[in-house]
Design a protein around this ligand. Structure first.
Ligand SMILES: Cc1cc2nc3c(=O)[nH]c(=O)nc-3n(C[C@H](O)[C@H](O)[C@H](O)COP(=O)(O)OP(=O)(O)OC[C@H]3O[C@@H](n4cnc5c(N)ncnc54)[C@H](O)[C@@H]3O)c2cc1C
Length: 399
């Protein structure tokens, strides 16, 4: 196996964890990590929080490099353009061709953009360090900042923009911020906290045009209201980065479909997928494979994928053990710390079980059968820890 070569496409957390897991599972051959960004992997969650607020750079955010992967070859600054699985070749944007024995798909997601007419100078998205640096330069204290979308990233941006001195307007079709993952009650409680800090919400609304010459000077909402602004951030969801995989008969309908070992379905070639892009099954998901865009998933899927690929390259079968990583998510907005475990977004009902919605609280989420499938706490991080075990109990969570 020492003369085999694995190419990992995507130099993010998932790619990094997959490389570490390959080494931990005895793969001693060459590992090349291809990334379209200029950087070795860094931590993304601070980009909407501390890094945006304080201007942190790559040195502050980069992940520690373990000794086990000191010999990997980083091919940065030119992404993958196309893949030929029959020939086991990968072509990069710069025309370079790489041949591999095993492949890791770790290209994550990118922000989705709406087709809104008007100028685009002044329009931002937030996924990379470079996005965060450009946005930080554009935000001006005392001026309006319009954020389109009221999910976690939109709300984190609203908090950080306010802390940077901007007058923040959040425009969202939803009836409450973060309503999909949290539900109406907790979403409403978070809205009130944001409003108390000065954030203005335009809910049930979207932007119908950006106005101005070359640069955005204002936005018009579908209500006709005009908000003057030079900076707009779109945070309305994501698109998996799968285009480079097309033409290989893989299921790319929502990310890349994999089995419980993270092996990509639809090919005999040893290929695995990890992180935000991997639509994976779990004994914890009652409704089939899911993509989970949470920070803990690149690590959980990366560990499993590295073990799988190392086994396949040895000519062995990967583990039969079911995959059962608990989705876990946190979010910092102003001084409030939100922590989520399980799948609250898939719940049919919820109940406040500790505290009240205006202060520190714990909200439990239940499926149709009344089984606990998720929990979210505000400023109750420690109190939430016992739920991890409870939610891993598949007798209740998957039924
Ligand atoms: C602003 C922000 C805030 C977040 N906050 C939180 C949080 O508070 N809590 C939480 O749990 N999670 C949070 N997340 C989510 C978490 O960061 C992600 O789940 C995690 O980074 C996913 O890792 P990944 O390796 O799958 O993808 P990524 O980290 O996105 O890595 C994929 C890499 O592949 C590259 N790539 C794409 N296409 C190609 C190509 N064709 N060729 C080569 N390279 C390519 C991308 O540019 C990127 O560098 C946040 C994410 C963002 C963007």
């Amino acid at each position: 196996m020492d003369n085999k070569r694995v190419v990992i496409v995507g130099a993010g957390l998932g790619g990094l964890r997959a490389a570490e897991a390959l080494r931990a599972n005895g793969f001693a051959g060459e590992i090349d990590i291809v990334g379209d960004e200029e950087h070795i992997p860094y931590n993304r969650p601070p980009l909407s929080k501390e890094a945006l607020k304080s201007g942190l750079g790559h040195e502050d955010l980069k992940f520690r490099q373990r000794d086990s992967i000191a010999d990997v070859c980083w091919i940065l600054g030119s992404g993958a353009r196309s893949l030929n699985l029959d020939e086991k070749t990968l072509t990069l944007e710069n025309g370079e061709e790489l041949i591999f024995d095993g492949l890791v798909i770790a290209t994550g997601i990118r922000p989705r953009l709406l087709p809104i007419p008007g100028p685009t100078q002044g329009l931002f998205t937030l996924r990379t360090l470079s996005d965060a640096q450009k946005l930080r330069e554009a935000i001006v204290p005392g001026e309006n900042l319009v954020i389109l979308g009221s999910g976690f990233i939109g709300c984190e941006l609203a908090a950080t923009g306010t802390l940077l001195g901007a007058n923040v307007h959040v425009v969202s079709l939803d009836s409450e911020p973060m309503v999909m993952p949290m539900g109406l009650e907790l979403g409403g409680a978070m809205r009130r906290r944001h409003e108390a800090k000065g954030v203005t919400f335009h809910l049930g609304r979207t932007v119908s045009s950006f106005n101005g010459g070359e640069k955005i000077e204002s936005v018009t909402l579908d209500s006709g209201e005009v908000i003057p602004t030079r900076v707009v951030v779109e945070a309305i969801g994501s698109v998996p980065n799968v285009e480079w995989l097309e033409g290989n008969d893989l299921d790319l309908s929502n990310g890349v479909l994999v089995d419980h070992t993270m092996r990509v379905i639809g090919t005999d070639v040893p290929v695995v997928a990890v992180g935000d892009i991997a639509r994976h099954p779990s004994v914890l998901y009652a409704d089939g494979p899911r993509r989970i865009e949470h920070w803990n998933m690149p690590t959980e899927t990366g560990k499993r994928a590295g073990a799988t690929l190392a086994a396949l390259l040895r000519g062995e079968a990967p583990t039969n053990e079911p995959f059962a990583a608990l989705p876990a998510f946190w979010s910092d907005q102003f001084e409030y710390q939100l922590q989520s475990y399980g799948l609250p977004g898939a719940a049919a009902s919820s109940k406040v079980v500790s505290g009240d919605l205006e202060g520190p609280c714990i909200v439990e989420y239940f499926n149709d059968n009344g089984h606990l499938i998720g929990v979210i706490g505000i400023d109750t991080v420690k109190e939430l820890v016992p739920y991890r075990k409870q939610l891993m109990n598949t007798d209740s969570s998957s039924s």
